[in-house]
Design a protein around this ligand. Structure first.
Ligand code: ADP
Ligand code: MG
Ligand code: MG
Length: 203
């Protein structure tokens, strides 16, 4: 059984905020190619807002902290990604028990990804963040190691390059969206890899 302490959650928030800040320009460049060029700015605004409120968020048990973080993303991120990442965190919070093991986390994550798909009226194969979230969810359900899950996320983000976008702004480009990585998929891979690195360092 795992229970994240307040210090653990603060460290995770700090690591995610730093990873997004370090990669904001890259995320924005990806969105300049096939969207409106604000994805890095949007994500940075969201994670800066979470970090600014980290003390209050991390005073709560993990499920409620996840819900509060998701709410911050919904309120602070302007674009499509705000409600979608917000839904991911909020549903994870709603579905995760306070003490959990890997199986319970995998179940909660699967519910959270389905909630993102419902919110976005989207599915796998449409060149969106779901193209990373579903493979990550499957890897968790299969009991893969932290390192393997991180590798799955990175490969899945790469695999969005040859896809044609069917949802979000990139879909306006039709076939011209082919040949670029989906920005939201890049963010998901970045966050999964950041969390995985934190878990590996702690183990
Ligand atoms: P916006 O497109 O409003 O400017 P962002 O640039 O922050 O928002 O986020 C764009 C990302 O959001 C895309 O790269 C994609 O991964 C994700 N996205 C957009 N629409 C959807 C959707 N309907 N379902 C799932 N993900 C989506
Ligand atoms: Mg954008
Ligand atoms: Mg936008």
């Amino acid at each position: 059984m795992t229970r994240l302490t307040s210090e653990d959650m603060k460290a995770l928030i700090g690591a995610m905020q730093a990873a997004i800040a370090e990669n904001a320009e890259r995320l924005t460049a990806l969105d300049q190619a096939i969207g409106d060029g604000d994805h890095g700015i949007n994500m940075k605004r969201g994670f800066d807002a979470i970090a600014a409120d980290a003390d209050a968020i991390c005073d709560k048990p993990t499920p409620q902290a996840l819900s509060a973080a998701g709410m911050k993303l919904v309120m602070s991120v302007g674009g499509a990604s705000g409600p979608l990442f917000g839904t991911l965190f909020m549903t994870l919070g709603k579905s995760l028990p306070e003490d959990f093991e890997c199986g319970a986390f995998a179940d909660a994550f699967a519910k959270a990804v389905d909630a993102v798909a419902a919110r976005g009226k989207s599915s796998a194969g449409q060149k969106t963040m779901l193209d990373v979230l579903y493979p990550v969810s499957d890897a968790l359900a299969a009991g893969k190691s932290v390192g393997e899950v991180a590798a799955v996320a990175a490969e899945a983000a790469e695999a969005t390059v040859p896809m044609e976008a069917k949802r979000g702004r990139a879909s306006f480009l039709g076939e011209r969206s082919i040949g670029h990585m989906d920005p939201g998929s890049c963010s998901c891979s970045l966050l999964v890899n950041t969390i995985a690195a934190w878990i590996s360092a702690k183990e």
